[in-house]
Ligand binder design. Sequence first.
Ligand SMILES: [Fe+2]
Ligand SMILES: [Fe+2]
Length: 310
Amino acid sequence: MSPDEVRVVVLVDNAKGAAGLRARWGLSFWIETPHARVLLDCGDSDAFLHNAERLGIALETADAFVLSHGHYDHGGGIGALTALAPTAPLVVHPGASSPRYSLRRSGKREPVGLQESSLAALQTAVARTVWAVSPLEVAPRVWASGPVPRRHPLEQAKSTFFLDPSCTVRDHVVDDQAVWVETPAGLIVLCGCAHSGVINTVRFIRETVAGSGRGRTSDDPGSETRSLPAAADGLPVVRALVGGLHLLHAGRDRLRATAEFLATIGLEACAPCHCTGKRATTMLRDRLADAFVEVATGCELRLAYSGGRT
Ligand SMILES: [Fe+2]
Ligand SMILES: [Fe+2]
C-alpha cells in the first residue's frame, strides 16, 4: 500500500467476491491509513480470519477493534479476534452484550444478539475494553462515533428488534455506532448496519467534527494546519461512505431523502453493502452516478489520503 492512501478492505460481506474467499451474511472491514490500522466488525464467524489470510492482511497489527453493534453478524468472530490480537483495545458500547431478538414478517422470532462464544470473549477481554459511550479517537485520526442521536423524522421507524424472547420490548439498538477517518480531503465514514439511520449518522459525525474544532486537522504535528474542506452546508465534506445502510424495509420517502442527502455531502465514493437492500442500492447507483462503487467480499476501496480515488 502507498503511504499516502486510505485503504478499506471488505473482509466479509454477503456478496460473493473472488474464488477462495468466504462470503457470509454479515460485515467486516479492514481500514488502513498512513497513521493507523483498525478492524471494524468481524462478521458472523471466523470467515474474516480466513479471508484476511488469503488477502495478505495481518490482523494482529490492528491498533484497535471496533464493534459497530451487538448483532451476531458483526461480532461473531470476537473470540477468534481476541485470541489473535491480544493487546489492541476493543471499542464497544455496553449495550452490545444485550440479549436481542428479531421478529420476522412471517411472525417467526429469532435470536440476533452476540453468540455465547463472543459474549464470553468480551467478558475475558474487559481489561482492554474501551466503552464507546461518546465519540472517541480509537487510533490516530480514526474515530468511533458512540451512540448516534435519532433526529431525522424519516429515520424514526419502529425497530423490528426486541430485547426479550417474546418480542414485546423494542430494541432500538442504542449501541449502534459508526467509524470515521479524518483526512485532509474530508471524512471517510464506515457503517456496520446504520441502525441509527444513515442521515442521522452522517449528520452527527459532521456536526461532531465541526463542533469540536477538528473541522481543522493538523496533518503533521508542528506543521502547517490544513482545513477540512466544507460542503455547501458548511459542515465537513464526507468524501466516502462505506457499509451497511439498513434500508431493506425503508419506504420510498426515506429512500429518496437518503439519496438526496448523500448527493449533497461531497462524496467521491459511496459503497453501500450488506443490509442496504436492492431498492436502496439501485436508487443510490442512479443518484450518485460515478461516486457509486459496487463492493463484495474481498473488494477494496483505495483513496488518496489527500484527495481522490486511486
Ligand atoms: Fe448486519
Ligand atoms: Fe445489525
